[in-house]
Write a protein that binds this ligand. Sequence first.
Ligand code: NAP
Ligand code: HSE
Length: 430
Amino acid sequence: MDTIRIGMLGCGTVGSGVVTILARSGDDIAARAGVRLEIVRVAVRDLARDRGLPLSADVFTDRPEDVVAADDVDLVIEVMGGRGRAGDLVRSALANRKPVVTANKQLIAHEGPELRALAAEAGVDLMYEAAVAGAIPIIRPLKESLAGDRIRRVIGILNGTTNYILTRMTEEGASYDDVLAEAQELGYAEKPDPSADTGGHDAAAKTAILASLAFDSAVTDPDVFREGIERVTATDIAVARRLGYVVKLVGIASEVDGAVAVRVHPTFLPETHPLASVRLAFNAVYVEADGAGELMFYGPGAGSEPTGSAVLGDVVDVVRNLLQTVRGPLESTHRAATVRPMEDLTTQYYVLLDVEDRSGVLAAVAATFGQHDVSIAQVWQEGVGDHAQLVLITHRARESNLRSTVEALAATGGVRSVANVLRVESEGRS
Ligand code: NAP
Ligand code: HSE
């Protein structure tokens, strides 16, 4: 074998990054892989578009099913996105005994266990480093470098769009709507519907993948508790800052009494935490392990060449394995941990209430918290008269108790509305 022939499904943001890096660094990549890599087929939707890439026109096709079936394709890169069509194509490629490298977090988060089983059955590799946090190596560290350790918790800033919005809100005191509109103009957030990012769906898929690897279990996207950043206001961020916190959208996968807890939500994070300094569209993953201690992986979580770099790293790995007729290390699911329902988790909370500014209201609010076994750590009033608000920070409490408190607060005399509730990461792990 003197050349490995690559079939690529998709040639958009990530695909063009792959092509560009391979054209620029092909000699080095060939020397590392042990053989030259050549992109021989590329499936796209629009055959008429000039992509300005160093590829001859005859490699392009609008029939992706031909790419995964072709005898002259040794390895498939899937950078098309979505689940249905992409999933069928990846299944076909694996059935045709072609190794697959994908950047598709949605697909791996939903169908990872099934696809990994198909790859094992076919005796070929399925790799997906680019699916989580773009350029940042995190899949291989969890699967291989930390295989001799026990991971207790993984916390990630896994979505650049939401981190960009929250950073701008924090640094400029700007409102969510204003920064979102600007992020959409700059191309960070999707138009017209930004909810894949702002609703936490993208981060949830990545968190499911990280949880599976960290805890040797088949965790999928529906297992992840998810809340987005849409309700975070400038007031929440100002309160957080005053208390020594920043507000970040985090994905957290942790071990709790032998089960796995997996969640994505905005949280108050102490400003001294290494993740608090991750600004704008950058991503980072913070891993806590028994032996290694605390590790942080940081870098660009998206973009054409950053993500293309992660794809090509996997390609080199797959090619080295192909040349030795072996497969790379498999993911282990030996612990098969159950997923702990969010209601059973404990954490601290920040609760913001719009209230009537009169005597007895604070007493009634405190009584409601007490009746539901939620202990208050701090409370104070912001504003006066029609603008009066109560800010409460709780001690650690069960999520189910906090939810019943919030329900009861809505019916507590003097409370106009529950303006917001956010979780606070500070006292130990959950
Ligand atoms: P993209 O820019 O929209 O590119 C998608 C490509 O797939 C396009 O070339 C498109 O063809 C082609 N395509 C879509 N449907 C097709 C079909 N039915 N038949 C043939 N070709 C089809 O997407 P992307 O941003 O590169 O993302 C690709 C994957 O990487 C996704 O799974 C995404 O989640 C993941 N990812 C992206 C990033 C990032 O920074 N963008 C980072 C990490 C992971 P046309 O060009 O003709 O439209
Ligand atoms: N939309 C993602 C983000 C990039 O904002 O980080 C692709 O995963």
